[in-house]
Design a protein around this ligand. Structure first.
Ligand code: NAP
Length: 721
């Protein structure tokens, strides 16, 4: 691809100057660049073309650039391709018999980690993990799990005799020249090698310090034979491999017209080529986790980084392919933004600063990788995670303006998560406004006594959402709450009898998004500053109530008459559901097949009946309507044979009007059920049948321990966490 692009650069650019030029990269994956539901018979390497054309788009802005993926089994694919390329349109689309999809980004937060997947008995293989930013991830993973680690890198551990007693770069160069008589340039290279071997030895010491058994093998990941040999030797020493961390990578930046094919291979092979070899070599190992160090360059492209973008785009496709091939494996490609370390030199760091892109601290990136990879979480449905330092500008995806209507974005192809950046002032809540502070106890909030799990009162997410809406609205008088997005449970607030916790609501500076104002809101424990709940709240004019429903009930007729039809299901308060009287929101529940249900939700108690000194005399949302949704999801999980589930995240809650105090009718479409997660969309109607709110991407974690926790629904202990 690189040679071909280099060869046609001149004619493309002159065509662009005279009439117009089109560069199209075509894939033959599944019609969604590997993120579709079709079986995975495609080759991940085909996704390299994505990285190539995205880079070309940055280097050649005058050329119209498209990347189109055709489903392998779509016989009329070439006709679809011709249709698609006949228009200007989004850069990255897939075409399959069911239509055109555009790959889109969805911003999510990390959420609370669930059950661990790796433990002391697991073995981690980390390629490129002895040095650079990957080492921080491997160390965090080893620290969290206690698992033994086998490391592979090119650097030999031993250092030459002349290096003894030379602690740094300058003294090493001096000692090398004096002892070996080599040139200055050769001495500089030798010194870098010695420093690399010290970095690798220090990593091994760190691993032993955190209690991890470890070993190291020197091998070039670009050499398939040497790589396989190193893996076999590690397996022989530590045992079968349960987790693979692939972080090997180098840069060799050059613009397309300066590319050297050998350089391209040097960049592509240790990343993408090596991953293919590793997965083949590990085909019979009990792999549970594959964590891949990709790059934001793979997702967005970057001028001067064509082979690097191609390699990283391939890594992301490998993660998607793996989930198809071996669904028991938790595979992620982390598309990292730049780190404060590793291959980012001071020159590169200032370039990123000028682009508004912050640097991720290696330790916080490493800890995130460990949390996300080693435990179940709601991120399970993603295979590609773009991770940027907090507040970083997103590289704007290049897009040609034009008349072709944009296709619907493909759901959740990639995710953007924020990490505290190096020296990030926003990491400290002091830079944000405190909207309110509240002392929370069972005595001052009697409704908590009716929301008890595992013997402790737990602040419900529905109440947290109400308070976050209040925090945002209090700074924007006169504006209505139009939407809450990226709602996430970070940590539960639990209370025993007689204890109280101070809760703080903080809001970011409001920003304008289209014609609305957006505030990022967080509820924190005031004492330890740990986040409890998080959301982005949008205020302004609400969209009109949609005429057609997003979720059609299976038996549409019954909605008009106000009756519910379907298989009746008892809410079962006190048995199936742990909720006491302050939260007994459900009146009727009807299942309409395995993936659809309808429920009647009672009008919520007044705020003053649920707590002393409420923030307002009326609800901004409706805690019973929202909690009613979580309750029916518990029932749906139980109907599917699970002990229950608890909410962790909601992508979006849109409000079209006020919830009626008389109650609402709730329609739920279950998109996914089990084994560890349940995902649904929901819609609420008022008694006149008008849609008042819609929720998308409601995720609940299913956990084996919940059955016991639900049964202990009386406060048993004094204390709190
Ligand atoms: N730093 C960033 O800002 C950033 C951003 C996004 C993504 N990433 C990705 O993170 C990973 C680590 O990057 P880094 O910044 O830590 O770079 P680094 O400091 O240069 O470290 C690169 C690592 O890869 C290993 N490696 C390189 N080529 C290898 C080969 N052929 N065979 C075996 N091991 C090899 C190196 O070990 P030896 O030298 O001992 O072989 C070293 O452990 C890369 O995959 C990179 O693409 C980094």
């Amino acid at each position: 691809i690189a040679s071909w692009l280099k060869a046609c650069a001149g004619s493309l650019l002159s065509a662009a100057a005279t009439g117009g030029a089109l560069l199209a990269g075509v894939g033959r994956l599944d019609g969604a660049w590997g993120r579709g539901a079709a079986s995975a018979t495609w080759a991940p390497e085909q996704a390299a073309v994505l990285g190539a054309v995205k880079t070309a788009a940055w280097e050649w802005p005058e050329v119209c650039v498209r990347a189109v993926d055709l489903a392998r089994d779509d016989r009329s694919g070439w006709q679809h391709l011709a249709d698609e390329l006949g228009f200007y349109g989004p850069l990255e689309v897939g075409v399959s018999p069911i239509g055109v999809v555009e790959l889109g980004l969805e911003r999510v937060s990390e959420g609370a980690p669930g059950e661990p997947i790796l433990g002391k008995e697991s073995v981690i293989l980390a390629v490129g993990g002895a040095r650079g930013v990957t080492a921080a991830g491997v160390l965090a993973l080893a620290g969290q799990t206690g698992a033994p680690v086998g490391l592979i890198g090119r650097t030999p551990l031993e250092e030459p005799v002349w290096a003894t007693g030379s602690p740094d770069d300058t003294s090493l160069i001096r000692a090398c020249v004096a002892t070996t008589g080599c040139t200055l340039r050769q001495a500089q290279e030798q010194a870098q090698r010695v420093l690399a071997s010290r970095e690798a030895r220090a990593m091994l010491e760190e691993l032993r310090r955190v209690g991890s058994r470890c070993c190291y093998r020197s091998a070039d990941a670009a050499d398939a034979g040497a790589l396989r040999k190193a893996v076999r030797s590690i397996r022989a020493e530590l045992g079968p491999i349960h987790a693979l961390v692939h972080g090997a990578g180098v840069l060799a930046d050059a613009r397309i017209d300066q590319l050297d094919p050998a350089q391209c291979a040097r960049v592509f092979e240790p990343k993408a080529g090596a991953l293919g070899v590793l997965l083949d070599e590990l085909a019979a190992d009990p792999l549970r986790v594959v964590a891949i160090y990709g790059s934001s360059t793979g997702r967005f492209g970057r001028a001067g980084q064509l082979p690097y973008a191609m390699a990283n785009a391939t890594l992301a496709a490998w993660a998607a392919r793996l989930r198809h091939d071996r669904p028991g494996i938790r595979a992620f490609c982390f598309d990292w933004g730049p780190f404060n370390g590793g291959m980012v030199t001071p020159g590169l760091a200032s370039l990123f600063a000028s682009e508004g892109v912050g640097l991720i601290e290696p330790s916080s990136g490493g800890e995130m990788l460990a949390r996300v990879s080693a435990c179940h979480s709601h991120l399970e449905i993603e295979t590609e995670l773009v991770v940027l330092a907090h507040g970083s500008a997103l590289p704007v995806p290049v897009r040609s303006a034009g008349s072709h209507p944009a296709p619907p974005p493909h759901p959740a192809v990639a995710v953007v998560a924020d990490l505290p950046g190096a020296g990030d002032p926003d990491a400290d809540t002091a830079s944000r406004d405190t909207a309110f502070e509240r002392l929370v106890s069972v005595a001052s909030h009697p409704c908590l006594e009716d929301h008890v799990l595992d013997g402790k009162a737990v602040l419900p997410l529905a109440l947290g959402m109400e308070w976050m809406a209040h925090a945002a609205a209090s700074g924007q008088p006169g504006l209505e709450i139009a939407e809450l997005a990226d709602i996430a449970v970070m940590q539960g607030l639990q209370l025993g009898l007689g204890l109280e916790r101070r809760v703080l609501a903080v809001t970011s500076l409001p920003v304008r998004v289209d014609d609305r104002v957006e505030e990022a809101v967080e509820l924190l424990g005031a004492d330890d500053r740990r986040p409890l709940f998080r959301a982005r709240v949008r205020l302004g004019r609400r969209d009109p109530s949609p005429r057609s429903r997003h979720i059609e009930a299976r038996d549409g007729g019954e909605l008009a008459t106000g009756q519910l039809s379907g298989e009746a299901w008892e809410p079962g308060y006190g048995s199936s559901l742990f909720h006491g009287s302050s939260w007994q929101a459900l009146e009727q529940v009807r299942f309409q097949g395995d993936d659809r249900l309808v429920a009647l939700v009672r009008g919520c108690l007044a705020p003053a009946s649920m707590m002393r000194s409420p923030l307002r005399g009326h609800w901004l949302l409706d805690p019973w309507a929202v909690d009613g949704l979580f309750q029916v999801m518990i029932l749906a999980a139980q109907r599917a044979g699970h002990p229950g589930c608890l909410p962790t995240r909601i992508s979006q809650l849109r409000l079209f009007g006020r919830f009626d105090p008389a109650g609402s009718r709730l329609l739920v479409h279950l998109l996914r059920t089990g084994p560890h997660i349940m995902v649904a969309d929901a819609e609420w109607e008022d008694p006149s049948g008008r849609v008042v709110a819609q929720a998308r991407g409601v995720e609940c974690v299913i956990d084996a321990s919940l059955g016991r926790a639900f049964r202990k629904n009386r406060i048993l202990v004094t204390g709190g966490t």
